[in-house]
Design a protein. Structure first.
Ligand code: 5AD
Ligand code: SF4
Length: 440
């Protein structure tokens, strides 16, 4: 009987996609996938190091896995992904882990698993300049079968001073566009209606080839041309790199979703400089102006860090004011968490007291709630084409799906309309999180 593997995934969408790659590699080696830890022969956690609380949560899970291993001798526990890369030594020293594999080592998982003995944990955390898993067909783990994620590049070359990613995921490399288009065609032919192209900084996607170089704008266009019925999303843009060409390409294709995730991090030039973001507030606002000029209805979402090193009350006010100026549709907001080894950890004291950080974060979250609500109120009375994702969270009698701008719509189910269909809805009412609609 084939061995069963269970994987918990933490962190970003890219990690979710990596888990799909791991399942595919292990399936080829004869492993079956299970959603039950209690019946697994191999328990893996695909981990995240972005903030300390992400890592603490995983240490907690490692305790749970260790208990399972004591209960059922022979079970193997492995830590893969960003934390594996960063904490290999302490993971192995804990003796609670039999396997440690970094983000570029997934092809070696079958060999590593085969070599594990109680006294010989296995490790591979080598980072690669080439690995993109281009030829691997990810084993989809999404629940709805409507929306698939496709990695177009790996690693990151922007050394933002707070960020651990360049250390955990290594240097940036782009994936052959032909394999990306092939994967998108493949999921579309299997009934998916939406693909999200993933990269740490999609704007620096670049594939050199004698038949012509492919940048992100061209890649986006190639994927959009697969079918007008296939929606295309992407994440993440970098404000310093997002080009007019990309913005204009988005404007030309109805099926490229009108939503840009453009992490600002801070509204203060002093902080942006210290964060090594390599743009200014004015530059950022000019990019927003360009987006709105080409696509007046494009949603803009962001990431914000509260309480970075040396942040003053004025810097914080600058963040609140840029939020109002842009009027973000949604945001992910975090308190700064010092990551060992990063430029910031080496050069700047983490000197904003926790209570100040948290108070600023709360102010940022409260403002975003107001902005999200205002953004949703502007949509009341309008009609949108939404892609049905499934029943709503609250009731089987309701369906939910997203607008092109990424907003979640909820509406009464009607006979003949189901998951993967496009429907037209009118917005009747809203909260800061959802649009309540009727079909028209
Ligand atoms: N502390 C807090 N937030 C961070 N992010 C990245 N590194 C840190 C850190 N050390 C946030 C950024 C990034 C998002 C993915 O996580 O806002 O855009
Ligand atoms: Fe994703 Fe960054 Fe977390 Fe790694 S550290 S899993 S790249 S969010």
């Amino acid at each position: 009987m084939s061995k069963k593997v269970y994987i918990e995934t933490y962190g970003c969408q890219m990690n979710v996609n990596d888990t799909e790659v791991i399942f595919s590699i292990l399936a080829d080696a004869g492993y079956a996938r299970t959603g039950e830890m209690g019946e697994a022969d191999v328990i893996l956690a695909n981990t995240c190091s972005i903030r300390d609380n992400a890592e603490q949560r995983i240490w907690g899970r490692i305790e749970v896995f260790a208990t399972e291993r004591r209960r059922r001798p022979g079970v193997v526990v492995g830590i893969v992904g960003c934390m594996a890369e960063r904490l290999k030594d302490s993971l192995l020293d804990s003796r609670k882990v039999d396997l440690v594999a970094g983000p570029d080592a997934y092809r070696s998982l079958p060999a590593l698993l085969a070599a594990i003995t109680p006294d010989h944990p296995q490790i591979n955390v080598l980072l690669s300049h080439e690995e993109t898993y281009a030829d691997i067909r990810p084993l989809r783990i999404d629940k709805n079968g409507v929306s698939a994620f496709i990695s177009i590049m790996r690693g990151c070359n922007n050394v933002c001073s707070y960020c651990v990613v360049p250390y955990t995921r290594g240097a940036e490399r782009s994936r052959d566009p032909r394999t990306i288009v092939r994967e998108a065609c493949d999921v579309f032919s299997r009934g998916y209606k939406e693909v999200t192209l993933l990269g740490q900084n999609v704007d620096s996607y670049f594939w050199k080839s004698p038949e012509g170089n492919v940048g992100f704008a061209q890649l986006l266009e190639q994927v959009a041309r697969i079918s007008p019925e296939l929606r295309v999303r992407y994440s993440t843009s970098h404000p310093k790199d997002i080009s007019d060409e990309v913005i204009e390409t988005m404007g030309r294709y109805e099926n490229i979703c009108k939503c840009i995730h453009l992490p600002v991090q801070s509204g203060s030039d002093v902080m942006l400089e210290k964060m090594r973001r390599r743009y200014t507030r004015a530059w950022y606002l000019d990019r927003v102006r360009k987006i709105r000029e080409v696509m007046p209805d494009c949603a803009i979402t962001t990431d914000i860090i509260a309480g970075f090193c040396g942040e003053t009350e004025q810097d914080h006010q600058d963040t609140l004011s840029i939020m109002r100026e842009v009027g973000y549709d949604a945001a992910f907001m975090f308190a700064y968490s010092e990551r060992p080894g990063t430029l910031a950890a080496r050069h700047y004291p983490d000197d904003v007291p926790p209570e100040v950080k948290n108070r600023r974060l709360t102010e940022i979250i409260e403002l975003q709630n107001v902005l999200s609500l205002e953004s949703n109120r502007r949509d009341v009375g309008r009609t949108f084409r939404v892609l049905v994702e499934g029943p709503s969270k609250r009731s089987e009698l309701e369906l939910c799906g997203r607008t092109s701008s990424g907003k979640m719509c909820v509406f009464p189910a009607v006979a003949g309309v189901g998951v993967g269909d496009y429907v037209k809805v009118r917005v009747l009412d809203c909260s800061s999180a959802t649009l309540r609609c009727e079909q028209v």
